[in-house]
Design a protein around this ligand. Structure first.
Ligand SMILES: NC(=O)c1ccc[n+]([C@@H]2O[C@H](COP(=O)([O-])OP(=O)(O)OC[C@H]3O[C@@H](n4cnc5c(N)ncnc54)[C@H](OP(=O)(O)O)[C@@H]3O)[C@@H](O)[C@H]2O)c1
Length: 338
C-alpha cells in the first residue's frame, strides 16, 4: 500500500464509474485503498485498476467505513440513502446525482468556475448536471466581462449521459435496423437510433423537463446570480459520447465576436476551435476522450446587437462527470490535505 487516500466509488460498474477508474489512474491520484461498490448484482465481478484486478463489493453501510473520499455515481436514491451515512462516517462525499445539488448547505462545484464554494462544505459536495457544466464554463468569463442577462440553449445529448444500458440500447437498435430487424425499446421512451428525442427526464412545470429545469437552477446556483434569464430545450440524440449545445447569450454590454473568442480561449478548461472556412469546429467524434469544453461557430446574433451565438461540445463522461469529480478531490487535497 502506497501513501494516499482510501477512495470508494459507488456505482463503479456504471458508465461514469468506469471513467472514474481510468481518470484516477491517468491523473495518478494517490489512491492507497480502493473500494469498488455497486449493486448486489455486480458483487464479485472484477475491474482493472493500476494493472490489478479488483473485486466489486455490494454497497452497504459497512463498506463505507474508513473511506476518505466517497465518489457517488449510482442514482439519486442511492445517494440520498448512503451519502449522509458516508459523510457521518468521516468521508468527504462527492455526489454526481441530483440528490443534493439544490440543497443550500451543499456546494455545487465546477472546479474552474466556483472552487471557492468548496471552502464551506459540510461533508457532501454536489457535482452538476453534465449539460450545466460546459455551459457555466463558457458563461463565467462572459459574465465577468459583460454580465450575462439571458441565455437560450438547445442541447444535443449523447446516450452515455443516460448510462451504460442506454449505450447498449443505441448499439443494439442501430445494428437491428441496419439488418432489417425491428428495434426494441427499453431505456428511452421511443427508438433512439436514427432519431432525436426532445425529452430528457420527466416533464414538469410549464412543460419543461427535469433536465431543462436542472440547467436553469444549477446555472443560477453556480454563477450565484438568479437574475440570468434562461430558456432551455434538452434533446437526446443518437451519439454515443459527448454533449453538444447551441447557445445564444445576451450580455448587458456589447462584446465583439473577436473578444468573445479571446475570452473563451483564455478561460480555464475551455478551448476554441473556430475556423469555419476550413470546416473546423468542435464535434462529438473529435471531442470524445478530451478534457476541455470545446467552442466554435462564435458569431453575432443577427437579431440582437448585444448577443452572440456559439456551439459547444464536451465529453459528458469526463468534464461532465468523472473528471470534475476527481478535480474536486485534487483541489481539496491541495488546499486542505483533504
Ligand atoms: N452518464 C453521465 O454522463 C453522467 C453525468 C453526470 C452525472 N451522472 C449521474 O451519475 C450517476 C450514474 O450514472 P451512469 O451514467 O454511470 O449510470 P449507469 O451506467 O446506469 O451506472 C449505474 C451504477 O449504479 C450502480 N447501482 C445501481 N443500483 C445500485 C444499488 N442498489 N446499489 C449500489 N449501486 C447501484 C450500478 O451497479 P450495477 O452494475 O451493479 O447495476 C452502476 O454501477 C447518475 O446519478 C447520473 O445522473 C451521469
Amino acid at each position: 500500500m502506497e501513501r494516499g487516500y482510501h477512495v470508494a466509488i459507488v456505482g463503479a460498474t456504471g458508465a461514469v464509474g468506469l471513467e472514474l477508474l481510468s481518470i484516477l489512474e491517468e491523473r495518478r491520484f494517490p489512491v492507497a485503498q480502493l473500494s469498488l461498490l455497486a449493486s448486489k448484482r455486480s458483487a464479485g465481478r472484477t475491474l482493472c485498476f493500476a494493472g490489478a484486478e479488483r473485486s466489486v463489493q455490494e454497497l452497504t453501510e459497512q463498506a463505507l467505513a474508513g473511506v476518505d473520499f466517497a465518489l457517488f455515481s449510482a442514482s439519486s436514491s442511492i445517494s440520498k440513502a448512503f451519502g449522509p451515512i458516508a459523510a457521518r462516517a468521516g468521508a468527504v462525499v462527492i455526489d454526481d446525482s441530483s440528490a443534493f445539488r439544490m440543497d443550500p448547505n451543499v456546494p455545487l462545484v465546477v472546479t474552474e468556475v466556483n472552487p471557492h464554494a468548496l471552502q464551506h462544505h459540510q461533508g457532501i459536495i454536489a457535482h452538476p448536471n453534465c449539460s450545466t457544466i460546459p455551459l457555466v464554463m463558457v458563461l463565467k468569463p462572459l459574465h465577468l466581462r459583460a454580465r450575462v442577462r439571458r441565455v437560450v440553449v438547445a442541447t444535443y445529448q449523447s446516450v452515455s449521459g443516460a448510462g451504460a444500458r442506454a449505450v447498449a440500447e443505441l448499439d443494439r437498435q442501430s445494428r437491428a435496423l441496419m439488418t432489417g430487424e425491428p428495434a426494441s425499446v427499453s431505456v428511452f421512451s421511443h427508438q433512439i437510433a436514427f432519431n432525436c428525442l426532445p425529452h430528457i427526464d420527466a416533464f414538469g412545470e410549464l412543460g419543461y423537463t427535469g433536465e431543462e429545469w436542472k440547467m436553469v437552477r444549477e446555472t443560477h446556483k453556480i454563477l450565484e446570480d438568479d437574475s440570468i434569464r434562461m430558456s432551455t430545450t434538452t434533446v437526446r440524440v443518437p451519439v454515443f459520447r459527448c454533449h453538444s449545445e447551441a447557445v445564444n447569450i445576451e450580455t448587458e454590454q456589447k462584446v465583439s465576436v473577436q473578444e468573445v473568442r479571446h475570452l473563451l480561449a483564455a478561460a480555464p478548461g475551455v478551448a476554441v476551435i473556430d475556423d469555419p472556412e476550413k470546416s473546423h469546429y468542435p464535434m462529438p467524434i473529435t471531442v470524445a476522450g478530451r478534457d476541455e469544453v470545446f467552442v466554435g461557430r462564435i458569431r453575432e446574433d443577427l437579431s440582437h446587437d448585444r448577443a452572440i451565438n456559439l456551439w459547444l461540445v464536451s465529453d459528458n463522461l469526463r468534464k461532465g462527470a468523472a473528471l470534475n469529480m476527481v478535480q474536486i478531490m485534487e483541489r481539496l487535497c491541495a488546499e486542505t490535505g483533504r
